[in-house]
Design a protein around this ligand. Structure first.
Ligand code: NOJ
Length: 714
């Protein structure tokens, strides 16, 4: 830490009473109705921050808005009327947009475009800051291999590399290159393993070995911290027999020790008190003792710290040095944010059109074209196309979960956008009553069925046992299909769903996710070819729910071929009632154009371990060409297989990608540098290591890539 900053922190702490220090560790919610009460508490130095949320599941419930004028009023009380004058942090869950809503984070991962993610979040940061929020509870970087878990839509998908790239882009979008007065402080959450909840049940237990934790769940957090993320939130789950809030091993040793995290740890809503539910503490007081000693710094809403730490210090169960350490971390963030010099909201002009255009560009790039038989898409503008289905007039669900601040009056439905477009789209009397729609099907050259799920079954506390197309939507497809017309499915889901039963009835599938304010404009542009889809799947799509968890980077198994990549032989198979391969693999996505790949070349076929350790590596090259007739973007993906290693390693792991827009006939030569970090893994001892031997390096369009080159480390 910078010496001047350290000195400033120490000087503030030296003037604080124990009670004031404990106040800094306390976060409470504010409601405009209780304003005077809250101001009184702030005046007494009882709060370090305020959460601008009125319920525990802020992503699903409408949240009372606290206007920036009120925020300034509370801040003024802290700065001018409390003894120490320490400014407050104001936190809110700004997950994928404030008034302008961007695609849900899982869809943003599907863009495979970190620069655009960063730009998107810098727009989001501006709207956030303008509304008085100086601290967001994002990014959520929980790896998830289970789309039953409603919160997978808030995350970054199944891959640690994509997770790391997204973590860095979102943190930098919110905070800039470093935490500074123009930043919105970010929170890497939830530390750790929350996405591995058993059965996809929210808040459920997890069992994650150290090996899996370090190689899969930890990398996105490492990237977020290396990018300077101001705070980290613990996760609700129990992991390997302990709640994260009680885990010294995770918080002090791993996060603050090994990862050198300098910011502070905020508990998730009531996490400290939850130690009582877990049976790890007999009451709130014991919970406070365990949590602060384990490394938790700030207590979200349950007042376990505030009500008990003074007594715990006087009883010698918590040292004042432990409290000082937590306060010091919190003050560090406040000082870096410049809150002592500029505590009040600085409003800047926001160009809404520009922000919305960026949201639309994200929605354009997030969409994934899953199927396109006989190039039925893009539609011709003059073709008579009937549009129907439950998502046709929908607005709220297109915004996705965690869009309480989103301005729905600025959202258009797909139907509204079509009506304003110069295309020959038409509608039945009803969007959704299939017997009302059938008479219109006869008049259509093709039918677009807009299918999907409500945002209310996605996000926190919204898991499902079945992630297949809802039965009534399936029935609807079958009825229309029976009339012999071509059907295009436009799918507005937050999560991956299992499409085995639906797919044969559909000639094309465009997966548009819950893509925010401009979802509908994007969907229509893609359907009619003004946008060429370029999204790729950040999570594997199962055929059936029963295949979950399904993910491409599974370790090699006892039979020669991992079932994800194909059945081994006629006698050994994973299931009797389904193929074991996913419906669509990780990294998959079609385009309206085609791309071809040249040969992979490497500047070295052998490299010594010593050279790798010294920072050297080798360079791979490949040429990608647009061989089709339209401009389009290809996401070139680089996977690595450690062929023989002392521990069982994944069949393939993504280690790099590059997204390039190419004109028809255009080609680009791409170079990828492979070094120690890309070849290594954490072994059983927790050491990051590269072992000698052969590595296959695959370059191509998705996890099913077959072109490779072999390089030996000796
Ligand atoms: C609970 C959620 O798990 C967390 O992600 C969120 O930031 C807090 N509630 C605050 O709303």
């Amino acid at each position: 830490m910078d010496i001047k900053l350290r000195e400033r922190i120490d000087s503030i702490i030296s003037k604080m009473t124990l009670k004031e220090k404990i106040g800094q560790l306390n976060q409470e919610a504010v409601s405009p109705k209780d304003l005077e009460k809250i101001k009184e508490r702030v005046r007494n130095g009882e709060l370090g921050s305020i959460i601008l949320a009125s319920t525990a599941t802020a992503g699903n419930d409408a949240q009372e808005k606290v206007y920036y004028e009120v925020i300034d009023e509370i801040q003024k009380t802290a700065v001018e009327e409390s003894r120490m004058g320490i400014p407050l942090l104001f936190g809110r869950d700004i997950i994928h947009g404030y008034t302008t809503v961007f695609p849900v984070p899982l869809a943003l991962s599907a863009m495979f475009n970190p620069d655009l993610v960063k730009t998107a979040y810098s727009h989001i940061a501006k709207e956030t800051k303008n509304n008085g929020v100086n601290w967001t509870f994002a990014p959520m970087i929980d790896i998830s291999r289970d789309s039953r878990w409603g919160r997978c839509i808030e995350g970054i998908g199944e891959d640690p590399y994509v997770g790391g790239v997204m973590a860095e882009a979102i943190v930098k979008g919110f905070q800039g290159e470093e935490l500074s007065p123009s930043s919105v402080a970010a929170t890497a959450k939830h530390f750790i393993g929350y996405g591995a909840a058993e059965g996809g049940r929210d808040y459920d237990k997890t069992e994650i070995s150290d090996y899996t934790l370090r190689n899969f769940y930890l990398p996105p957090f490492k990237k977020a911290i290396d990018a300077g993320c101001a705070t980290v939130m613990n996760s609700f789950n129990e992991i390997n027999g302990t709640s994260t809030a009680a885990s010294k091993k995770l918080l002090r040793k791993m996060l603050k020790g090994e990862l050198s995290f300098e910011g502070f740890v905020i508990s998730d809503w009531g996490s400290v008190e939850k130690l009582v539910f877990f049976g790890q503490a007999s009451d709130k007081k014991e919970a406070a003792k365990i949590a602060i000693n384990a490394g938790m710094d700030m207590d979200m809403v349950c007042r376990a710290f505030f009500d008990n730490l003074e007594a715990l210090v006087s009883e010698g169960k918590v040292s004042e040095a432990t409290i000082d350490e937590a306060v010091s971390r919190i003050l560090g963030v406040k000082l870096k944010l410049g809150l002592f010099e500029n505590p009040y909201v600085v409003r800047q002009d926001i160009n809404i059109e520009e922000t919305e255009d960026c949201a639309e560009k994200c929605a354009d790039e997030a969409m994934v074209l899953l199927k396109n038989n006989e190039n039925i898409l893009p539609l011709k503008k003059e073709a008579a196309v009937l549009f129907a289905g439950p998502m046709l007039s929908e607005k709220h669900s297109l915004m996705g979960s965690w869009s309480a601040d989103g301005d729905v009056t600025r959202v258009k439905s797909i139907k509204e956008v079509l009506k304003e477009s110069k295309v020959n789209a038409f509608f039945a009397e009803s969007d959704y009553l299939w017997d009302g729609i059938l008479p219109f099907v006869r008049m259509a050259d093709a039918v677009v069925l807009t299918l999907g799920e409500s945002r209310k079954v996605t996000g926190e506390a919204n898991s499902l046992t079945k992630v297949e197309l809802p039965a009534e939507q399936m029935e609807f497809i079958k009825r229309v299909h029976a009339l012999g017309v071509k059907i295009i499915g436009v799918m507005a889901f937050g999560r991956p769903i299992a499409l085995f039963d639906a797919e044969p009835y559909l000639d094309a599938i465009l997966y548009i996710w819950h893509s925010g304010t401009r979802s509908a404009q994007s969907a229509v542009s893609a359907l009619y070819g003004d946008v060429n889809p370029s999204g790729r799947l950040p999570m594997s799509f199962p055929r059936y729910t029963g295949q979950i968890p399904i993910y491409y980077n599974r370790e090699k198994g006892a039979i020669p071929l991992n079932s994800y990549y194909g059945e081994t032989n006629k006698r050994v198979h994973s299931y009797h009632d389904s193929l074991a391969t996913p419906m669509y693999p990780f990294g998959y996505g079609l385009s309206y154009t085609e791309f071809s790949y040249g040969e992979i070349t490497s500047d070295k076929t052998k490299i010594s371990l010593k050279d790798l350790e010294a920072g050297d590596g080798f360079s791979l090259s490949i040429t990608v060409k647009n061989t089709g007739e339209r401009e389009g973007a290809e996401v070139t993906q680089v996977y690595i297989t450690d062929k023989v290693s002392s521990m069982v390693r994944p069949i393939k792991e993504l280690k790099a990608f590059s997204k390039n827009v190419l004109k028809p006939g255009e080609e680009v030569k791409l170079n990828f540098f492979i070094d120690f970090e890309k070849l290594g893994y954490y072994n059983d001892e927790g050491e990051f290591t590269v072992e000698e031997g052969e590595f296959d390096i695959w370059i191509g369009k998705d996890a099913y890539v077959t072109d490779k080159i072999t390089v030996t480390v000796e």
